[in-house]
Design a protein around this ligand. Structure first.
Ligand SMILES: NC(=O)c1ccc[n+]([C@@H]2O[C@H](COP(=O)([O-])OP(=O)(O)OC[C@H]3O[C@@H](n4cnc5c(N)ncnc54)[C@H](O)[C@@H]3O)[C@@H](O)[C@H]2O)c1
Length: 342
């Protein structure tokens, strides 16, 4: 386990984590604090929560603010950061479908403002990680997905593709800034295309599948699988993902590039439901719900979403350490009820 490059100054690194009170952001914060960094979190708590953070840790500064507001010159704290992890976003298909305007604006405006902030130069020359998503591949059927593959989207009348497009725009901005700034001795940007990330602190209310299944299994209620359940995904534990993100930022040769981050272990959603029931010893049934009932008419889902991880392995020697079954148990434990369910 490397957790980024060594810090040559011997001083604590100053690190900004946007969206640090969220699911993945809070695991990053935990790891950065354990590394000895001084961490600033900016989060509006729209989907994250203070309870995800060790608020009493003196190396952590928590700022509750909309990132776009905080980044305005009049309100931001003018300080130097060595690393920036941009995790703040509107996340999840359900959230994007229920509030498309807010989601598109949140995702693109924040990233644009953050990259301009990093490019300013008055606040040091940070290494910046932009969290993107496997959604960027759209409905491409060429699996496993390679970072330089073509992307394929549905029509703009289908709201679900707006998330993919907003993340793709973030990537264009990130790479353009990298090209513009890196040569001028500016900052380095790395883009992480995250595949399904799972683990403790993820919540089910925005449509994330594993916490929904675990909650249902613990309550003895049916696990609701959308469609025929044969759609295939790869789930990676958030503790592996957060380690990979820190290592990517700490690897200057990785900057200016896009990396798939996730697991190559493929599982159908129906099998995921069966595994959750089995691992938690639940008596729940599995119920299949047509897509149009779950998301409204015309919803398009993807049959297989599997990353190619060759580039990531080459850059940071990445192998996930946590198996899906142990992650399911950790998720249940995080919900405070695994003892009863096991
Ligand atoms: N969880 C996954 O499986 C997954 C998959 C692909 C990509 N990602 C990406 O990873 C990142 C983190 O996702 P997550 O799963 O931790 O989601 P999350 O919702 O738990 O975290 C997002 C955080 O951003 C904050 N936020 C949102 N808008 C904000 C704003 N305007 N100002 C300040 N804070 C704001 C939220 O309060 C929340 O704490 C996102 O960029 C997401 O697109 C996640």
């Amino acid at each position: 386990m490397r957790d980024g490059a060594a810090n040559p100054t011997g001083q604590p690194r100053r690190v900004l984590v946007t969206g640090g009170a969220g699911f993945i952001g809070s695991h990053l914060v935990e790891r950065l604090l354990a590394r000895g960094d001084s961490v600033v979190v900016v989060d509006d708590l729209s989907t994250g929560t203070r309870a995800n953070l060790p608020i009493s840790d003196r190396a952590l500064t928590f700022i509750e603010a909309d990132l776009r507001e905080w980044l305005r010159p009049a309100s931001r704290v003018e300080e130097e950061f060595h690393e920036i992890y941009h995790m703040a976003a509107a996340v999840g298909v359900e959230l994007v479908i229920s509030d498309p305007i807010g989601s598109i604006e949140t995702n693109t405006e924040q990233t644009s403002a953050l990259l301009r902030y990093a490019a300013d130069g008055s606040f040091g020359r940070p290494a910046v990680l932009i969290a993107s998503s496997s959604e960027v591949y759209g409905k491409s059927e060429r699996v496993p997905f390679h970072e330089d593959d073509d992307v394929v989207y549905g029509p703009t009348t289908a709201t679900r593709w707006s998330y993919a497009c907003s993340k793709a725009l973030d990537e264009y901005l990130a790479l353009a800034h990298h090209r513009a700034e890196a040569g001028a001795g500016g900052f380095g940007v790395v883009v992480a295309r995250l595949f399904n990330t799972v683990g403790p602190r993820q919540v089910g209310r925005y449509g994330m599948v594993l916490p929904r299944f675990v909650i249902a299994a613990l309550a003895g209620e049916p696990l609701r699988v959308f469609g025929d359940g044969e759609q295939v995904r790869c789930f990676c534990d958030v503790r592996d993902v957060s380690r990979a993100l820190i290592d990517l930022v700490g690897t200057p040769t990785a900057h200016g590039r896009i990396y798939n981050v996730g697991s190559e272990e493929a599982i159908s959603i129906a099998d995921l439901a069966r595994t959750v029931v089995d691992v938690l010893g639940s008596s729940s049934d599995i119920e299949f719900v047509p897509y149009d009932k779950a998301y409204g008419p015309g919803f398009e889902d993807l049959r297989r979403r599997v990353p190619h991880l060759g580039r990531l392995r080459q850059a940071i020697d990445f192998e996930p350490e946590h198996e899906l079954k142990s992650t399911i148990l950790a998720v249940a434990e995080g919900m405070g009820a695994a003892g009863a369910a096991r």
